[in-house]
Design a protein around this ligand. Structure first.
Ligand SMILES: [Ca+2]
Ligand SMILES: [Ca+2]
Ligand SMILES: [Ca+2]
Ligand SMILES: [Ca+2]
Length: 382
């Protein structure tokens, strides 16, 4: 079973928030990026957490205090999506080649009106060109959300005005999630470090809706949040050193998912559901544990500790703000042996006619075209 990052990236903004994790049930570990906010760099680690390299070196492309990272549109015309990183102190959205980490066009993609940006996401098209646009959460006393044309980064306008509703301040992370107004546009959901509230705004208009939830399960200080495929909203309870979850439709039924301090968890920040780490066939949870500079992996169903993936301070990590999965360079190696051969061919036939890791062209069923792709990549992985 192999990584399905390609499918995640095809989903665009849905993959980044609304349906994050939709690919993880059939994923296998690959390399992972870790944003080091105090080290002003992005580390690349392997599936066992071993440091490989600085994907973005210290202050590379002018980056200062990287917070969250996402995949976004191809910026250098190589046909592959690239990595977009919020620089809180560099006051910009930076863009790096998704393979090499090289800055694209000096790295600055968007910077207009940014003073203290903390999060970014591609979301609903605002200018009617049919292409997702980029939303940036700016936290400077009162919050506001700005939007930029998705392909160019040109400033579009203000989506949510400062303090426009619910006393939304000390923002940390945001996502687009369930469409409560039923107009076909997902709503905006944001956390605050100052409280246990999820603030909800109309995804089409930016108007304040309500407090989607307020407290429960010991939640009092928000960081990253993910609407997962199990219908639950997962939230990093930064101040409480725990991970909590709620019913993703109602905001009720709060419960602790990862108990405080499990695996050394300390001020959890960004997190993702990603490759299956403990071999039960279901994707697991990867959490950037900011205050002790580590990344911790928990069972994606139970929340039980699997392992400390990145040991505190490994790779000169000073503070972990977020994680991002890199695409698998060899998805045809179905059994992870390091080469494409007979065993992978047998696995492909075992999946024939069904969806699965051998559905390379993502048509929904394994067939002749997938067989040809496998033969085209026969031999050692790159
Ligand atoms: Ca590219
Ligand atoms: Ca657009
Ligand atoms: Ca809506
Ligand atoms: Ca698992």
């Amino acid at each position: 079973m192999k990584n399905r990052t390609g499918k995640l990236r095809v989903l665009g903004f849905l993959g980044a928030g609304l349906l994050a994790g939709s690919w993880v049930h059939i994923a296998q570990a690959g390399d992972i990026l870790v944003a080091d906010c105090l080290g002003h760099k992005v580390n690349r680690i392997d599936e066992n957490g071993n440091f490989i390299s600085q994907f973005v070196p210290v202050n590379g492309g002018g980056l200062a205090f990287p917070h969250n990272m996402i995949w976004g549109p191809d910026g250098n015309n190589d046909g592959l999506e690239d990595v977009y990183v919020i620089g809180l102190q560099s006051q910009a959205v930076h863009r790096y080649d998704g393979i090499t980490g090289a800055p694209i066009h000096g790295s600055i993609f968007a910077s207009a009106l940014l003073t203290n940006p903390v999060d970014l996401v591609f979301g609903p098209d605002r200018n009617g060109d049919g292409v997702d646009d980029l939303y940036v959460l700016n936290n400077s006393g009162f919050n506001r959300v700005l939007w930029y044309d998705g392909p160019t980064g040109n400033f579009g306008g203000v989506f949510i005005n400062a303090n426009s509703g619910g006393n939304y301040n000390n923002a940390e992370f945001m996502v687009f999630g369930p469409d409560v107004t039923k107009d076909g546009v997902p709503e905006f959901y944001g956390t605050s470090a100052a409280n246990g509230i999820i603030f909800r705004f109309n995804g089409a208009t930016g108007q304040y809706i309500d407090q989607f939830l307020s407290g429960g399960a010991g939640y009092f200080s928000g960081r990253g949040l993910v609407f997962h495929t199990d219908g639950m909203l997962y939230i990093a309870n930064g101040g409480g050193n725990s991970m909590v979850r709620f019913n993703g439709e109602t905001g009720l039924e709060g419960e602790v998912f990862v108990p405080a301090g499990s695996g050394g968890l300390s001020n959890p920040h960004g997190f993702m559901f990603g490759p299956d780490d403990n071999g039960d066939g279901v994707g697991d949870m990867y959490v950037a544990s900011q205050a002790n500079a580590s990344v911790v992996c928990y069972d994606g169903v139970t929340g039980d500790l699997i392992r400390v993936l990145v040991q505190p301070g490994s790779g000169s990590l000073l503070a972990a703000a977020s994680v991002l999965f890199l695409p698998d360079p060899c998805p045809w190696d179905l059994d992870g042996s390091g080469s494409v051969g007979t065993s992978d061919l047998l696995e492909l036939f075992a999946q024939w006619g069904t969806g699965g890791s051998a559905d390379f062209d993502e048509r929904g069923a394994v067939g002749t075209s997938d067989l040809l792709i496998l033969f085209a990549n026969w031999g050692p992985c790159p």
